[in-house]
Design a binder for this molecule. Structure first.
Ligand SMILES: *Cc1c(COP(=O)(O)O)cnc(C)c1O
Length: 321
């Protein structure tokens, strides 16, 4: 059995105060065409317009802004397939904290370059043969740096939950909220936000079909580990959900569903063609579930977190071709 999470709705509200004026309050877009396709009223919370192009800035800034003086001096270490790296890069620069980020050697080049440009030191590792968590812990110990992982951390979870909180503040109560699921920072935070701001809302996690460890874990009642999944949703290429995150799923998440890569590609096309926005494959998970009925939403008011828009242009043009 997992232990119940101490995190609550008020922790999301506290995080919202910390990031206010620093993170963008991203727009909520609607589309009559999307509504017709889904047979529901959809509200897209567009975190592709967040600073660094993804919601990850919320959690990173919420975590780093609470560092003590000694932690600020020694710096932050992190590991990430991309967007969390950029988020740590920007948040650390804004707060004047040295940062070291471990990134997989095959992460999108735009994400590696952007992280360096924000001022973080980047070290690459092989995601198939090396254990990034062990490398991160080792670096944290040797250099006295504080490790801020991309999802398995209370302050990260609470920062991520502020996107859903803003969505509820803007559009009111919802029947269903569809949230992309990688390691579960966004899903856990969104579920906590819903628990206070729209308690009747069914919060649904959406994973790539080939990386459905979260769904397996949810059904088994314990965290299941899988090999690195083969999917174009690079932000959801995780092998297991977080230990801080999973108890929150058990308490506040209604279900976890999956969509396949072909559905992600057609959703990227929909966003580009009909809504004129660039959304990365992982960012399409929630919308793909809505547009392709992976969860019953007919006639309902449905929130969709569009989590990010960072995709290499050659990859984008190839996927859209
Ligand atoms: C990190 C990320 C996710 C998954 O978030 P988790 O908190 O790890 O579940 C989804 N979409 C994008 C764009 C991301 O960067």
């Amino acid at each position: 059995m997992t232990v119940a999470s101490p995190l609550q709705f008020r922790h999301i509200q506290d995080a919202a105060k910390r990031i206010a004026g620093v993170a963008h309050r991203t727009p909520v877009l609607t589309s009559k065409t999307a509504n017709a396709l889904a047979g529901a009223e959809l509200f897209f919370k567009c975190e592709n317009f967040q600073r660094v192009g993804a919601f990850k800035f919320r959690g990173a800034y919420n975590a780093l802004s609470q560092f003590t003086e000694a932690q600020r001096k020694a710096g932050v270490v992190s590991f990430s397939s991309g967007n969390h790296a950029q988020a740590i890069g920007l948040a650390s620069r804004l707060l004047n904290i040295p940062a070291l980020v471990l990134m997989p050697h095959d992460a999108p080049q735009t994400k590696i370059t952007a992280t360096r440009e924000y001022g973080a030191e980047v070290q690459t590792y092989n995601r198939y043969t090396e254990d990034r968590e062990a490398i991160g812990r080792d670096l944290a110990e040797r250099r006295g740096m504080t490790l801020i992982p991309s999802y398995d951390h209370p302050d990260v979870i609470c920062g991520q939950g502020t996107a859903a909180l803003e969505l509820f503040e803007e559009v009111g109560q919802l029947d269903v909220l569809l949230v992309c699921l990688g390691g579960g920072g966004l899903l856990a935070g969104s579920a906590l936000a819903a628990s206070g701001a729209s308690p009747q809302c069914e919060v649904i996690g959406v994973e790539p079909a080939l990386g459905n460890d979260g769904q397996q874990s949810f059904r088994a009642g314990k965290i299941i580990h899988i090999p690195v999944p083969d999917t174009i949703a690079d932000g959801a290429k995780v092998t297991h959900v977080g230990e801080h995150n999973f108890p929150i799923f058990q308490q506040h998440v209604k279900d976890i569903v999956t969509v396949d890569d072909a559905q992600l590609i057609s959703t990227m096309k929909f966003f580009a063609e009909r809504m004129k926005i660039v959304v990365e494959p992982t960012g399409c998970l929630g919308a793909a579930a809505a547009l392709q009925q992976a969860y019953p939403i007919a006639g309902k008011r449905v929130g969709v977190i569009v989590s990010g828009g960072n995709v290499d242009l050659p990859v984008l043009s190839q996927l859209l071709a």
